[in-house]
Design a protein around this ligand. Structure first.
Ligand code: GLV
Length: 327
């Protein structure tokens, strides 16, 4: 009798032609619908498969793998993996992977775009125009803050943070960064970025971009106290994870003039957005699209497919997927 092939679950629709490669090795269970799963539905799907290719929508912890006796690997399509309980997966012998590098430049592009839109009030100005308020060109209308010549603060100086720093030097910005550990001097020179303490970063930045990975330790790192340390003229951009910012405190600061503007691509309870943020005019809101160019999203899926094939013991990297998390 022919041996049955391992079965893998693909949780969301993700470019059929890229996913098709999984069919060379596995029986593939996929969906053509963008799906919102309950935790129980994720458990039920995982209980039936040997591997899974999932997105940041699917949260996987000890409860979801409790009945997944056959599960050997989870490939996350994304660089951030706070949707996975990595210690629980490791303890159960399940390999987890992510998709770094392929999205670095696209995400840095977007971080910069969001910063420009926020500082120069682009979406607010467009709304104003569409709403028919433009009667006459006026000198003091919709004035924003300059990027060129200003001080950019980058919190989290990994690959994406460094990409943003490189873009900033083209705008003649002074770049300060804070990171868990200071970068080698050669990287500081190449990115033209100077290391400062967390409080100094908050106090000196004209624009602050958050690009650090989310963890329990940095939950609400940007809280009311941190916001109070920032310049009232400053802009804050978050392309990391929503949980890093206390959104209530941010809405207060934006509403009472303690902070000029914010650009947010990520939210604590996404896809829900705090109604107070929705009501403010000085915040640019985008639906978690920083890595969302067509080429990059395809590259992310392709890398996750490679990772899953390798983690399941097939292909050129059989058994040692290059992007294993927590190995
Ligand atoms: C997106 O947010 C990612 O982590 O790739």
């Amino acid at each position: 009798m022919a041996e049955s092939r391992p079965r893998v679950w693909v949780s969301q629709p993700l470019f059929d032609d890229v996913i098709a490669r999984l069919g060379e090795y596995f029986e593939v269970v996929s969906t053509s619908q963008v799906s919102e799963y309950t935790p129980q539905q994720v458990s039920a799907a995982l209980a039936e498969v040997d591997g899974a290719l999932i997105t940041l929508n699917e949260r996987i912890g000890s409860e979801q793998i409790a009945g997944a006796q056959r599960l050997r690997a989870i490939a996350n399509v994304g660089v951030g993996y706070n949707n996975l309980d990595v210690p629980a997966l490791s303890a159960a012998g399940i390999i987890a992977t992510n998709t770094p590098d392929v999205l670095t430049e696209t995400t840095a592009d977007f971080g910069f775009a969001l910063l420009m839109a926020t500082a120069r009030r682009i979406t607010e100005a467009e709304r104003w125009l569409r709403e028919g308020h433009w009667r006459q060109w006026s000198f003091q209308n919709l004035l924003g803050a300059d990027l060129h010549g200003s001080t950019l603060g980058i919190l989290g100086m990994g690959r994406i943070g460094q990409g943003i720093a490189r873009r900033a030097s083209g705008f003649d910005m002074k770049v300060l960064y804070h990171n868990r550990s200071r970068l080698p001097e050669a990287v500081e020179r190449q990115t033209r970025a100077s290391y400062v303490g967390f409080d100094a970063l908050l106090a000196q930045a004209d624009h602050l971009v958050l690009v650090l990975p989310y963890s329990k330790e940095n939950h609400h790192l940007i809280d009311a106290r941190a916001l109070l340390q920032m310049k009232p003229t400053a802009t804050l951009v978050n392309i990391a994870r929503g949980g890093i910012v206390d959104e209530g405190a941010l809405a207060d600061a934006l509403g009472n003039g303690r902070l000029a503007a914010a650009g947010l691509d990520v939210f604590e309870g996404e896809p829900a957005v705090d109604p107070r943020l929705l009501a403010l005019r000085n915040v640019v809101l985008t639906p978690h699209i920083a890595s969302g160019s067509l080429a990059t999203r395809r590259a992310m899926v392709s890398l996750a497919v490679d990772n899953l094939i390798a983690a399941m013991g097939f292909g050129p990297d059989a058994g040692s997927p290059p992007n294993q998390i927590g190995a």
